[in-house]
Design a protein around this ligand. Structure first.
Ligand code: PLP
Length: 424
């Protein structure tokens, strides 16, 4: 292939203009229209009775979800964030209890324990899969540890079986933040279903979506009931028979609407196609660029399925010979939408640095001597600073021709890297 002029130097971009992925179609529209015509756009009531569990679309969505993910219970909520908070309530988390979770995730993972006075304890990540580092989790278990939250980040499973065994051995709960990894799996076990509770996101950016929404799954009858109570003003029901432990059952309104559930039913029916499509795109991108030195496409652990919520390349500026930001800029100029920073290590957020969460007196940090100094999780910090280049296959309409052009864009920039303009 001849060296065409780089787009960043005024040449033609390699990638045609992309349009956003069209994932809502006629079936979703019809489903919503039927709900509107039924006049029942939310079937919930926050008091005892059949309406406590929601209307027909909610119940049908939950039943289908439980079947698809092979779990006893699916409890819908209005977001993954709500689901994580409900999970912390359901396990009975209390002030001063420690929860070990990864430094690299969306902030909601680390906020959830704070609502019940729990203390997040950060573990570093594995530098190949970007998921929580098992050994670091193990070394941070104390008599105050109550739970571990594993995040199946970017669509790759954390070491779920090992984490579950560790949790069981120490009498801890394992919660999975599975916002990004529906149909991801480890040894044939679906992500989200290994821990005591798994939480899925149905927000606009995820594999399948309902506008806003989330789903909690569990095989434990008691946890399922507690999740349902937290979702819907549980304090009104705690006098009911069979509810002995009323701790943390001050309920909220975390309910999903009938319209969202109706969309969710259609999307769930297509989840295999949505996930396979991303796998195909990611596989092609990986295969087409695997030979480049200093450019490492996503690795998949043995016996795991990665669903490629994000396609994340590990980049070595030393080996490529160009700073990551300059490479990324040139790639963007070629029409390849990419970005170089996910989220900062979560302990760098002001809530941890200033130790101020609930009220003004440092609660819950005042109950603990856990600290959050810079340097706490070196792998997360260095990958965040200049270690990875990310692309969201979820976001774009990508034909196989476009996919080839994305590969070509990487190769074009790589081959002419010595000519790239430098910003630093
Ligand atoms: C998207 C996401 C969330 C939050 O999901 P919402 O449904 O928007 O509340 C939490 N954790 C991770 C890892 C996510 O990717």
């Amino acid at each position: 292939m001849k060296n065409r002029k780089l787009a960043i130097l005024g040449g033609e971009p390699v990638v045609p203009k992309l349009s956003t992925y069209q994932s809502i179609g006629a079936r979703e529209s019809d489903a919503v229209k039927k709900v509107l015509e039924s006049q029942c756009i939310s079937g919930f009531y926050g008091s005892p009775g059949p309406e406590f569990l929601g209307g027909p679309q909610i119940q049908s969505f939950e039943a289908s979800w439980a079947e698809r993910f092979e779990v006893r219970h699916a409890v819908s909520v209005n977001s993954n964030t709500s689901g994580l908070i409900a999970a912390m309530a359901a396990i009975g988390l209390g002030p001063g209890d420690e929860v070990i979770l990864p430094a690299w995730s969306m902030s909601a993972t680390a906020m959830a324990p704070l609502f019940y006075g729990g203390i997040p304890v950060f573990a570093d990540i594995d530098d190949e899969t970007f998921c929580i580092d098992f050994e670091h989790v193990k070394s941070q278990i104390t008599s105050r540890t109550r739970a571990i939250i594993a995040v199946n980040l970017f669509g790759h499973p954390a070491r779920l079986a090992d984490l579950k065994a560790l949790a069981d051995q120490h009498g801890l709960y394992l919660i999975e933040d599975n916002a990004q990894a529906p149909l991801g799996s480890e040894n044939g076990k679906l992500c989200g279903t290994v821990g005591h509770i798994g939480v899925f996101s149905l927000n606009y950016h995820k594999h399948i979506h309902t506008g806003e929404g989330g789903m909690c799954v569990t095989n434990d009858d008691d946890l399922a009931l507690r999740l349902q109570l937290v979702r819907n003003h549980g304090e009104n029901l705690v006098t009911a028979e069979g509810i002995n432990d009323i701790s943390n059952l001050i309920g909220m309104n975390l309910r999903m609407t009938e319209m969202s559930a109706a969309i969710g039913l259609v999307q769930l029916d297509q989840i295999d196609q949505h996930v396979s499509r991303r796998e195909q795109i990611a596989t092609r991108l990986s295969e087409g660029t695997a030979d480049l030195l200093g450019w490492q496409p996503p690795k998949v652990r043995d016996h795991c399925r990665h669903n490629y919520y994000c396609w994340v390349v590990k980049y070595s500026a030393e080996e490529v010979g160009v700073p990551l930001t300059d490479f990324s800029r040139a790639l963007t100029a070629e029409g390849f939408p990419n970005f170089t920073r996910y989220l900062p290590p979560l302990y760098m957020l002001p809530v941890f640095q200033k130790r101020q969460a609930i009220g003004r007196n440092g609660f819950p940090f005042s109950l603990s001597d856990i600290e959050y100094p810079p340097g706490l999780c070196p792998v997360t910090e260095s990958l965040h600073d200049d270690g990875v280049l990310l692309f969201e296959p979820c976001a774009w309409e990508i034909s196989s021709e476009i996919c080839d052009s994305l590969v070509e864009a990487v190769r074009k920039v790589y081959n002419q890297r010595e000519a790239l303009p430098r910003t630093s």
